[in-house]
Ligand binder design. Structure first.
Ligand SMILES: Nc1ncnc2c1ncn2[C@@H]1O[C@H](COP(=O)(O)OP(=O)(O)O)[C@@H](O)[C@H]1O
Ligand SMILES: CC(=O)OP(=O)(O)O
Ligand SMILES: [Mg+2]
Length: 381
């Protein structure tokens, strides 16, 4: 291996994010995002990746660059097969394709990213880093749903969990902020982006997470419902006459904050709440209620909580969400300092009071750095 740079591709359902990271000096020579795939001039993911390759080539940082050591791909679903960063071969691509039914919004885009990058640089090592990997340590009691075991096993129905790269990075960064080893700390990580998930991490090992078979379960999200009685689906089908695809679209794209008030962006919801908008207020209240339920549940799962870390777009930026989620939890040893919470910073910081038993922190996530590090470690081993 010659180069010290890793290109990270994070292909989402409607966007491709990329970053070029230099592992020798920590610099990031290029980064960008292609958005609204399928809506306008960018017809599909293949076109988006072509645009990424062109943007990099225009800066003389193209895929043909000799400084490039590897490409690291975010892959959302790794099933039970992939629990570690994996060097991509034809066989690995086939296995990731087999997992598409479990992540229909994400894995097809990830596969396209892999195929395009491999076709442009067949000689370059490419590594898949899985969202599910960090959660592979969750014990059976938390990972299994209480349904017929043979049926569950035949169809792979169990909790996999997602955003694992972020939960792994943030739980470690929280320990670092507190000057502790990950092994010493029990942490609840709240990854609140457009997709949102919570995890309980005991001594650096994930023991529970809120997303399940797919990234639909758990917290209220931008456009996803999170937890819902599964019988609501039978009801919408049998009584409401909706098809499976219509219900899938309802729960994934027309639910969550967007379904409740028409906006999925917490900034806009905050603005509307300031104007006394009742729908926006109710959406916020439902979002916070669910979040608090998970904090309580994970406190019981862990037994002892040392730290709670807020991360991703909402978690890092919305002081209102953090304040409301942590309000009145003094009996749990949780006390947030209003002034600290209102401050802004690009680096990890404490927002709890000096006397709070539980450290509450804002810890910016860095999925790209985590993917690049895991990729570089694998190809330089
Ligand atoms: N300043 C802000 N205040 C409140 N919420 C914000 C702010 N900036 C971003 N957000 C929220 O973060 C979300 C995006 O989070 P992000 O982690 O980037 O999501 P994803 O990676 O899933 O696209 C936005 O939809 C918005 O709700
Ligand atoms: C898995 C998942 O939900 O990812 P995102 O939040 O990027 O949509
Ligand atoms: Mg995200």
């Amino acid at each position: 291996m010659n180069g010290s740079r890793v290109l990270v591709l994070n292909s989402g359902s409607s966007s491709v994010k990329y970053q070029l990271l230099d592992m020798a000096d920590g610099s990031r020579p290029a980064s960008g995002i292609v958005e609204r795939i399928g809506e306008g001039p960018v017809a599909d993911h293949a076109a988006a990746l072509k645009q990424v390759a062109d943007e990099l080539a225009a800066k003389d940082l193209g895929l043909d660059s000799p400084e490039l050591a590897a490409v690291g791909h975010r892959v959302v679903h790794g099933g039970t097969r992939f629990t570690e960063p994996t060097l991509i071969t034809d066989e690995v691509v086939e296995e990731i394709e087999k997992l598409i039914p479990l992540a229909p919004l994400h894995n097809p885009a990830n596969v396209t990213g892999i195929k395009v990058a491999r076709s442009l640089r067949p000689d370059l090592p490419q590594v898949a880093v899985f969202d599910t990997a960090f959660h592979s340590t969750i014990p059976e009691a938390a990972a299994r749903y209480a349904i017929d075991v043979a049926t569950a096993d035949r169809w792979g129905v169990r909790r996999y969990g997602f955003h694992g790269t972020s939960h792994a990075y943030v739980s470690r960064a929280t320990a670092e902020l507190l000057g502790k080893e990950p092994a010493e700390l029990n942490t609840i990580v709240l990854h609140l982006g457009n997709g949102a998930s919570a995890s309980a991490v005991r001594g650096g090992v994930c023991v529970e997470t809120s997303m399940g078979l797919t990234p639909l379960e758990g917290l209220v999200m931008g456009t996803r419902s999170g937890d819902i009685d599964p019988a609501a689906i039978f009801h919408l089908s049998r009584v409401g006459g909706m098809s499976t695809d219509e219900i899938d679209t309802l729960l994934n794209k027309r639910s969550g904050l967007a379904g409740l008030c028409g906006d999925n962006d917490m900034r806009e919801i905050g603005r509307r709440m300031g104007e006394g908008d009742r729908a926006a207020q109710l959406a916020f209240d439902i979002y916070i209620h669910r979040l608090r339920k998970y904090v309580g549940a994970y406190t019981a799962v862990l037994g002892r909580v040392d730290a709670i870390a807020f991360t991703a777009g909402v978690g890092e930026n919305s002081a209102a969400v953090r304040e409301a989620a942590m309000r009145g939890l003094t009996a749990f040893g949780i006390e947030v300092d209003g002034v600290r919470n209102a401050l802004r910073s690009a680096t990890a910081r404490l927002i709890s009071t000096e006397t709070s038993r539980v450290a509450v922190a804002v810890v910016p996530t860095d999925e790209e750095l985590e993917i690049a590090s895991q990729t570089f470690d694998l190809v330089s081993a």
